[in-house]
Design a binder for this molecule. Sequence first.
Ligand code: SF4
Length: 212
Amino acid sequence: MDDKIYRMYELLYQRFGPQHWWPGETPFEVMVGAVLTQNTNWANVEKAIGNLKERGWLSPQALHSLPLEAIAEAIRPSGYFNVKAKRLKALVDFLWEEYQGDLERMFAEDTDTLRGKLLSIPGLGPETVDSILLYAGNKLAFVVDAYTKRIFSRHGLCFEDVDYHQLQSLITESIPKDVSLYNEFHALLVKVGKEYCKKRQPLCANCPLAGL
Ligand code: SF4
């Protein structure tokens, strides 16, 4: 347990306030966004989701019945669209096979059991799965990403190539087990990572975490 970690959250929240994550009108939209955001920026994800909405395809029923090529074409703006279409389809097929397409039933599952099942879907790694659990399912799952690794390693809390679960445990053992806190903390880390803790040149002088 490291007090510095909760202090980090407090400093970020004091400076930036609530981040209102994750942008999305429904849990299903959040889940789709979590797959589409792999290796791209959010503006591209928004375009892809906009295309799905325009066509009336942003539902478990539609994505389950559509051919892969049609989905790929609609999500083209998100990049790697053929790969992502396969991942989306695999996720939606899983939702139908295991829970008859009912997202509420899926999220009623115990968190660790569901995490294990989602991780067995091709192309879904721990960051995507935890994003789905936390932001679509409101479940206790802390999301670790490249920004988290960079910020924590620059503050001497881990190595930059730290294992996902090792860093996740370090964080969750140092903060209260609270879904809203997990939600906010990850969003705040992304914010400070984008604005200050840049890859090549960290802008420490005005960063809210400079005092740490
Ligand atoms: S920019 Fe500097 S102070 Fe801010 S998180 Fe990165 S290393 Fe820390």
